[in-house]
Design a protein around this ligand. Structure first.
Ligand code: 13P
Length: 213
């Protein structure tokens, strides 16, 4: 995808996520990786509901601003995910309500913090590890995110929110929405005895559809 089209896509999906109330205030950031390895990322403190294509930041693989407004303070964790996931071309990070609520719970098993409630969660999101809390923009956060990205397409930042990567922005947005819905289901089910998918069912999904890459 060329740079101009990628800029338009970021504007379009930013507005869509804002309209669907998955993004609020100036929280969240989106990025797309271009053919030369540089990334387009939403500017810091911008509302995803009102992005302007020409102001979106273009950042080199080393984190230097090449054009546009000052980038998201999280540009470094976006770069860390791309470094570890060659097939990833887009990343969505938001502070949507149900996912952030899950990120604030105590989790006994930090390797996968949501049960496999539905096939689409397994297919689109996969295992969801919890990344320990660091302040937004902390380089240690980018380091921890890079570590988790080696084996996971999606992850949850403690007391913060999810990061989802995918080969296209459309897929990353779709997977993010799937994750938010699973988080919502998790709270709707509450204390009731739940019946998640069995290990065999998860394995079958991964065999038939491929593990969430
Ligand atoms: P930016 O405005 O710098 O992108 O930060 C928002 C955010 O979501 C921090 O995690």
């Amino acid at each position: 995808m060329d740079e101009a089209t990628a800029r338009q896509e970021i504007v379009r999906y930013g507005a869509l996520l804002y309209e669907r109330k998955l993004a609020h205030g100036s929280a969240g950031n989106l990025s797309v990786r271009l053919a030369d390895g540089s990334i387009l990322v939403t500017p810091t403190n911008s509302s995803l509901g009102g992005l302007e294509a020409h102001r979106i930041s273009r950042v080199s693989v080393d984190g230097d601003l090449l054009s546009g407004d000052p980038p998201s303070k999280e540009a470094f964790f976006h770069l860390a995910v791309y470094q570890e996931r060659p097939k990833a071309r887009a990343i969505v990070h938001l502070h949507s309500t149900y996912s952030v609520a899950v990120s604030c719970l105590c989790h006994e098993d930090a390797s996968d913090i949501l049960p496999p409630l539905t096939a689409y969660h397994v297919m689109r999101v996969g295992k969801l590890p919890l990344v320990p809390y660091y302040r937004p923009g902390d380089r240690k956060l980018a380091q921890a995110v890079g570590h988790a990205a080696k084996d996971h397409r999606a992850m949850m930042l403690a007391n913060h929110g999810p990061i989802v990567s995918a080969p296209t922005l459309a897929e990353a947005v779709g997977a993010y929405e799937e994750l938010e819905e699973t988080a919502k289901l998790f709270f709707i089910l509450g204390e009731r005895k739940i019946s998640p998918l069995t290990c065999e069912a998860v394995e079958e999904l991964n065999t038939v559809f491929g593990p969430a890459a």
